[in-house]
Structures are given as C-alpha cells and as structure tokens.
Design a protein around this ligand. Structure first.
Ligand code: CUA
Length: 309
C-alpha cells in the first residue's frame, strides 16, 4: 500500500519533489494574487478615488516581476530535469520485459514464450520495459511508480525503474484507444526475488507467433531472410509489405510494390523477379512445398507486421 507521497519505485522521489515544488509555488501565488486583487478592488475603487491618475512605467517593479518568476521557473526546470534525466538512462544490468499493448489488454513477454497478463517483478531489481503496440496508440502508466510512456505502433519506446516496495499496483492505459480504453487495465505485482524466480519457472509457455510466422519458421525461411533488416542470403523481411523493391527480371530492371501478389510470386517463382543486389538461383520455388493457405498466412503475417510498423 502506498500513499500519495511514497512512491514504489526509485524514480518516484524525484517526480514527487518536482510536483510538490511546483504545486507549492502555484498555491502561494494563487493566494497572493487573490489577496492582492481584493485589496486593489477596495483600495482603488471609484468611491475612494474621485479623480483617476495615470501611471506609466515603474522600473524597479518591472525588474522584480521579471527576475522573481525567472528564478522560480529555473528551479522548476531544475527539479524536473533531475527527475527526468535518469528516466531515459537505462542501467546496463536491467532485466528486460516486453510490454505488448492492444485493444484492449496488456501482455508481458518475459522471453522464451513466457507471456503473462500481469507484470510480476522482483523487488529491488532494475527492469527495462520495451513498449510495443499491436494496433493503435496506447499509454503505459503505473501511478505508484510515477512512470508513464506512450506505446506507439512502429516506435520503439521504453521505460525503466526499480521497484522498491512489495505490493500490487495498478497499470492504466492513458491514451484514448477506443471503446474499452477505460478497461485496459493490468497489475504490477512486486515480489521478492526468490518468489519471482519460482513464478517465472512456473509460468506456462504460450506461443505468441502469428500462424504465418510459424510457417516461416517451419520452412526455415528466416535463415536466409532476416527479420531485423540484416542482409543475409536473401533480402530482409523487415518492412516488406507495401515497400517498393527494385527487381531484375528477364526484361530488365523494374520497380514493384511488395503487395500480396508480389509476395506470392516471390514464393512460387522466386527467380523471375530478383531484388537488386541479390543473386539469382539461390531460392527454389515453394509451389510444391507450401499449401495455398500457408502462403495466405505468410501474406497475412507481412500485412499485420507492416501495420505494426
Ligand atoms: Cu489502450 Cu487506451
């Protein structure tokens, strides 16, 4: 259980300090301005001042109302900066968990097919969360940890923190992402490290692969075609769907768009259009290897993964 001013992560103290500082200054100024307004209303009312006087310029006053706020906002900047800067510097020894947001749920991927609906973390250990969206913009927010980051399709966002108090804390989505946005909830559960190890060992392995990915793996396509943009034997699958490709055909060079038809042609007749910079004759036709429905799954995989990008 945490109260308003006892955050459950190492980053909370800095955020709270900046917040309290800005809040206190705003509070003092609100009171001061309202009191001054009431005083001026009474003191300079028409009843007390039959003949109005004109004033223009007051150098000392202008210096004061420029310098004082300047100093205050510089302090606000300082407190904000010292809280924010460490948030973007991930310590090297951090444990990594992939956070997947979708309409309208969260999943936490610990690697090796271990995926959990709640985020279970060991106490006092640095953790880096890699934030992925399968569809639209989401926001990953753990109020007790004072951390919040956008989860954007096609953008590799991240956050890190160290949980410093055992307990169960709420996770919210903070970008309006459709009908059930407000029920896109999950929990962070912070346990001691032994309990975490047992929990992770017991977590059931589920395959998160798209059926098309399963076909690509089963046929070892990804041995020659990388998923991360690396040039191997054939062109990478990264960002394939809808991309423009320069290919060499028997009629010479031409530009094609990697749409469903192109992907099907490349699987069935790989040497008819060879992407420029790669060699002909290294891939055989998969006409007799893959069923039509498997090819459709592959096309769908590329289509879906391009929508994420
Ligand atoms: Cu996801 Cu709102």
């Amino acid at each position: 259980m945490t109260t308003m001013f006892s955050g459950a992560s190492n980053l909370a103290a800095g955020v709270d300090r900046a917040f309290i500082f800005i809040f206190a200054i705003s509070f003092i100024f609100t009171i001061g301005i309202v009191v001054a307004m009431i005083y001026i209303l009474i003191r300079f009312s028409r009843k007390r001042n039959k003949n109005p006087q004109q004033f223009s310029g007051n150098v000392p006053l202008e210096i004061i109302w420029t310098v004082v706020p300047l100093i205050l906002v510089l302090f606000m900047f300082y407190y904000g900066w010292v809280a924010f800067a460490p948030m973007r510097k991930v310590p090297k020894n951090s444990m990594e968990v992939k956070v997947i947001g979708r309409m309208w749920s969260w999943s936490f991927d610990y690697g090796n097919g271990k995926i959990s609906p709640d985020l279970v973390l060991p106490l006092d250990k640095n953790v880096k969360l890699n934030l992925f969206s399968e569809d639209v913009n989401h926001g990953f927010f753990v109020p007790a940890f004072r951390v919040k980051e956008d989860v954007i399709p096609g953008y590799k966002n991240y956050m890190w923190f160290q949980p410093i108090a055992k307990g169960s804390y709420d996770i919210y989505c903070t970008e309006y992402c459709g009908l059930a946005h407000s029920s896109m909830l999950a929990k962070v559960v912070v346990v001691d490290s032994l309990e975490f190890k047992t929990w992770l060992a017991d977590l059931k392995v589920v395959s998160n692969d798209h059926p098309g990915m399963a076909v690509l793996k089963a046929n070892a396509c990804i041995t020659c075609h990388s998923l991360d943009g690396t040039k191997v034997i054939g062109p990478s699958f990264k960002g394939l769907f809808g991309a423009k490709r320069n290919v060499l055909t028997d009629q010479g060079e031409k530009e094609v768009v990697a749409d469903a038809d192109y992907i099907k042609r490349s699987i069935l007749d790989p040497n008819a259009e060879v992407v420029k910079g790669y060699n002909k004759g290294l891939m055989q036709s998969y006409k007799d290897v893959l069923k039509a429905e498997d090819i459709d799954k592959i096309v769908d995989y590329f289509k879906k993964s391009s929508e994420q990008k």
